[in-house]
Design a protein around this ligand. Structure first.
Ligand SMILES: O=C(O)CCC(=O)C(=O)O
Ligand SMILES: [Fe+2]
Length: 308
């Protein structure tokens, strides 16, 4: 059964944002949460007291981008439990991405963790869109060639714990005009802030957003607070305008939990052809089995009519 509704799909298409509380039940996230606690801990650097930005030169701005905001981020595969490695390929995420983009074949093109801590830095940012490091052009007018960025909340993300703030698409267009140029002008930033909404929600929430929707990170102010999220991006298979990670580049890292635990449908989201595809010949079948001896390759052999 789908974990999202047609209203969520409509909200994403209309506003560029859909917030779905309870998408992931607590039991499903428990092993993942344990991994975050082990990998990152629940305390950051410093005393856990809120830092109120600003470095010299930031005066007048809403916030700024600084390197420390982007600490505690790792890329798939994560070296934790199978649940952690497989969360980005959860069948419910695949189903949601298919519905949002309106295509049958979707690929995972981004997956990273993110742990933020009160006092590590000031996480307050200016309003921005995320597409500049996902495409060298701009997101398409064709919905199928757009992308969806999911943010999975592993912990509660309240306003005191750095909830993302955003402006629905039409409101941003009204303020910035169709060209959306000059968004970093302080007057435009203030106008966006006047109508911003918060994506604050509980652990287990899934936020789906478009990479050309205006939003910003906000600061963690709760004493000793921490916020664990995962960012997961999907695009239509074959959409070469969009990229972020190249999974193949880390092919020598430990992909075993994914290669051995994912279904053919999940593996297809990483660009691995499904059983029955012409790629699978006696040679590619045998060599792939030699590379991943514990992968369940029976469906691939069977569909090719090759005896394992
Ligand atoms: O983590 C968040 O809440 C938003 C951060 C953000 O928008 C960014 O760094 O691009
Ligand atoms: Fe962003």
């Amino acid at each position: 059964m789908n974990r999202f509704s047609e209203l969520d799909v409509a909200a994403w298409r209309e506003d560029g944002f859909a917030i779905v509380p309870g998408f992931f039940p607590a039991a499903e996230l428990a092993p993942v949460l344990a991994d975050y606690e082990r990998l990152y801990g629940i305390t950051g650097e410093g005393e856990g007291a809120a830092i109120d930005r600003k470095e010299p030169g930031d005066i007048g701005a809403l916030g700024g981008f600084r390197d420390k905001q982007f600490k505690n981020i790792d890329t798939l595969p994560y070296g934790g439990s199978a649940e952690l490695d497989l969360l980005s390929l959860h069948p419910a995420l695949i189903a949601f991405a298919r519905s949002l983009l309106g295509v049958d074949d979707v690929h995972l093109y981004q997956s990273h963790t993110w742990a933020k801590y009160t006092g590590e830095t000031d996480y307050d940012q200016d309003f921005h869109c995320d597409f500049s490091n996902h495409t060298l052009v701009v997101p398409s007018d064709d919905q199928a060639l757009r992308t969806v960025d999911f943010i999975i909340y592993l912990t509660d993300v309240t306003n005191e714990l750095g909830a993302l703030h955003y402006v629905p698409r039409q409101k941003a267009d009204d303020i910035l005009g169709d060209g959306r140029v000059g968004a970093f002008d302080p007057a435009k930033q203030a106008a966006l802030k006047a109508v911003e909404l918060s994506a604050a929600s509980t652990a287990g929430t899934l936020v789906a957003h478009s990479i050309d929707t205006f939003h910003r990170g906000t600061n963690l102010t709760q004493d000793k607070g921490y916020r664990f999220t995962m960012t997961v991006g999907y695009k239509a298979a074959g959409n070469d305008m969009i990229a972020y990670h190249a999974w193949q580049q880390t092919g020598n890292n430990d992909w075993s939990r994914i290669m051995n635990g994912a279904s053919p449908e999940q593996l297809c989201c990483l660009g691995i052809p499904e059983p029955g595809h012409a790629y699978w010949t006696p040679r590619t079948l045998k060599l792939t089995r030699a590379r991943w001896p514990e992968m369940d390759m029976l469906p691939y052999f069977a569909a090719a009519g090759v005896v394992p």
